[in-house]
Ligand binder design. Structure first.
Ligand code: ADP
Length: 258
């Protein structure tokens, strides 16, 4: 026990000397913590200010015990590793991370306008201009990710965390098609009362466009080209950006202005 303590003290001394020369190691005392921004599966997200620079960030606090219980430590490591290397205007930055005995802290770019999902719920559905602007921005972010062999795999309005595994990047085209439909109709395309029915509708690609809200045939054409069973037949993302519905409706700045 005594030996172990001595060893760990030596290690701490060595590592603190190393960190003085290496890049900055963050600790909780570097931040003023503000209001809670939301609650995630494994902890909470707070508004925070980095004391020296006054830079506003979102600090995501994850409990190690919960990560261990759900056996997602490895997955988190990968997500952190990947997200910290992505640099794109449409992808939330991960500036860094640190941890203490009980928690892991992720220093994230602050998304001042919050979740898109809440906006969609508030408006019920988006205008074609708004939907096209978001779809084009997402397509650009995905083209960037796919260029780095990162596949999102989990695109939906309430979730834009990045995950990676080497399988077909066209899963993201399918998800973007589902999202585009949901933006325009306010409901996902294959919804049914029972899970099994939803599953059957997905497998059969039972795509139906309701009469209300009124959606242009150009938008329906684009969605139909993305929601295709054979992944090799789905409209590639660079072609999506050239589709008439995107060209005519998406704001070139990538920002939707009401
Ligand atoms: P998890 O994916 O672990 O369940 P999230 O990353 O979705 O958790 O975070 C939970 C909530 O915290 C989000 O729904 C959002 O409201 C808020 N939040 C997370 N990250 C940020 C951020 N960078 N800027 C602003 N709010 C955020």
């Amino acid at each position: 026990m005594a030996i172990a303590e001595a060893n760990s003290q030596q290690q701490e001394k060595a590592s603190s000397e190393a960190s003085a020369v290496e890049k900055k190691r963050w600790t909780l005392s570097d931040f003023d913590i503000g209001k809670p921004l939301g609650r995630g599966k494994f902890g909470h997200v707070y508004l925070a200010r980095e004391k020296r620079s006054n830079h506003i960030v979102a600090l995501k606090v994850l409990f190690k015990s919960q990560l261990q219980q759900s056996q997602v430590e490895h997955q988190l490591r990968r997500e952190v590793e990947i997200q910290s290397h992505l640099r794109h205007p449409n992808i939330l930055r991960l500036y860094g991370y640190f941890y203490d005995q009980k928690r892991v802290y992720l220093i994230l770019e602050y998304a001042a306008k919050g979740e898109l999902y809440k906006e969609l719920q508030k408006c019920k559905y988006f205008s074609e201009r708004r939907a096209a602007t978001y779809v084009a921005s997402l397509a650009r972010a995905l083209i960037y990710c796919h260029g780095k062999h990162v596949i999102h795999r989990d695109i939906k309005p309430e979730n834009l965390l990045i995950g990676a595994q080497r399988h077909d990047a066209s899963v993201d085209i399918w998800s973007l098609g589902v999202l585009c439909y949901e933006f325009l109709y306010g409901l996902p395309p294959f919804e049914a009362k029972e899970h099994s029915d939803t599953y059957r509708r997905i497998v059969q690609v039972d795509l139906k466009f309701p009469p209300k809200p009124i959606v242009s045939s150009a938008a329906k054409d684009l969605i139909s080209q993305m929601l295709v069973k054979d992944s090799s037949e789905r409209l590639p993302l660079h072609k999506l950006l050239e589709h008439p519905w995107i060209v005519q409706n998406a704001d070139p700045s990538g920002i939707y202005r009401a």
